[in-house]
Design a protein around this ligand. Structure first.
Ligand code: S3P
Length: 421
């Protein structure tokens, strides 16, 4: 893949309404669960990003037909719980942890073997967390050092349900168990110490427990993508940005609560509900932020937003502290290290802990930032470029396309002075 760098210069006019792409987490689940239905499912407004395309390609490689019916909608011809066929290829899930972990839950219940892998980031991320509970259900999964892709999954005669307490707050682990449990009479009980995003439960409930005849799935805009623009508008003087149709599932929306605690001016209106998922219009105006200690119980529900929350913290007066976020070390990059390095390049004082950061708000100087090939680190520092004294160049940003292929165009439409170089 061609290396892409982004150059962002201070910008002033962040105004108007922008379209945020569809939710990544919900799109993965919609594709996988649609493939397992006994009927055709229309998925409206799906996210056509590299990560979701990997999930779609994996499903198509197992004999499921899919048809793009117009610019934003796709039809998946579900073939029932036992309708997948052995793929003739290695399933390469690219950069996507969600794709790899959720599909492992489905594939350990099939009557054929599969081999799953990913890119240089994904093959370094821990998979033992999904393998262990699935093995308790009876699955046969082999992994490099029992923890890393490639995974080799072999068929077993039967899976059994389990009563399992999640050792780490992970919706991907929970979802892998729930998907495997479709093949074990849906009797497993999963106990969470902290509630993680519940998109899988809501979609299972929608598809299996209600009697609606229209089984189309409508995907709201991605709050994790919107968060970059929520912070962009908050830190840019004079900004007033509107984002219609953003998912505001309460198990995902802690970033809004955190930013409001810091003083952000965020208004939520026009709430709608589609396939159990709430969505709303989010309007953000510039506001002065102050540092806070982020309550530890909010961390899992804002886990993907810490790169951009760190930029908000750097622009706030005073100190922001968050702990209990060790999971950030196991994302597409070690996000605690990546955020600390990037902020220090911009002249911000940061103290790094094993499970968090303390960020002293200040003035961002600008400079050249390594995104470590991580989409959210890249987009977070692009936002920092709005208010830095000098331009910010973010390197190695091509993986933005894993979650937000049109980021540069949307940022330009919002008023960013941003271009690829
Ligand atoms: C996701 C869950 C989270 C999140 C990831 C998407 C999901 O990961 O970081 O971007 O779609 O279930 P964990 O559940 O591993 O924390």
């Amino acid at each position: 893949m061609t290396i892409l760098n982004l150059l962002i210069k201070p910008s002033k006019n962040l105004n108007g309404s922008i379209t945020i792409p569809a939710d990544k987490s919900i799109t993965h689940r919609a594709i996988i669960l649609a493939a397992l239905q006994n009927k055709t499912i229309l998925i409206k407004n799906w996210l056509q990003s590299l990560d979701c395309l990997r999930t779609l390609y994996a499903i198509e490689s197992m004999g499921i037909k899919a048809e793009q019916v117009n610019a934003n909608d796709i039809v998946i011809y579900g073939n029932g719980l036992n309708g997948l066929q052995a793929p003739s290829i290695l399933l390469d899930l690219g950069n996507s942890g969600t794709a790899l972990r959720l599909l492992t839950g489905v594939l350990c219940a099939q009557k054929f073997s599969t081999k799953l892998t990913g890119d240089s980031s994904l093959t370094k991320r821990p998979m033992g967390r999904v393998i262990q509970p699935l093995q308790l259900m009876g699955a046969d999964i082999a992994a490099h050092q029992e923890n890393f892709a490639p995974l080799i999954i072999n068929p077993v005669t039967k899976l059994k349900s389990i009563n399992y307490t999640l050792k780490i707050a992970s919706a991907q682990v929970k979802s892998a168990i729930l998907l495997a449990d479709l093949y074990a009479q849906r009797r497993s009980q999963i106990n969470e110490i902290v509630a993680t995003r519940n998109h899988t439960e809501l979609m299972l409930d929608y598809l299996y427990n209600n009697s609606h005849h229209d089984k189309s799935i409508t995907i709201p805009g991605d709050l994790s993508a919107a968060a970059f623009f929520i912070v962009a508008a908050t830190i840019t003087p004079g900004a007033d940005l509107c984002m219609p149709n953003i998912g505001i599932n309460p198990t995902r929306s802690a970033c809004i609560e955190i930013l409001k605690m810091m003083g952000a001016d965020i208004t939520i209106s026009t709430i709608a509900l589609h396939n159990n998922e709430p969505s709303a219009e989010i309007r953000v105006k510039h506001a002065k932020l102050h540092g806070i200690t982020i309550p530890v119980e909010l961390v899992p529900n804002a886990i993907d937003e810490f790169p951009i929350l760190a930029i908000a913290a750097a622009c706030a007066t005073g100190t922001t502290l968050f702990r209990g976020a060790k999971e950030l070390r196991f994302k597409e990059s070690d996000r605690l290290a990546a955020i600390a390095a990037g902020l220090r390049t911009c002249g911000i004082i940061v103290q790094e802990f094993v499970d968090g950061l303390q960020i002293n708000g200040g003035v961002l100087s600008g400079g050249t930032i390594d995104s470590f090939g991580d989409h959210r680190i890249a987009m977070a520092f692009a936002v920092a470029g709005l208010v830095a004294q000098q331009p910010i160049m973010v390197q190695n940003t091509q993986n933005i396309a894993t979650s937000f292929p049109d980021f540069v165009a949307v940022a330009q439409s919002a008023g960013f002075d941003i271009r690829a170089i």
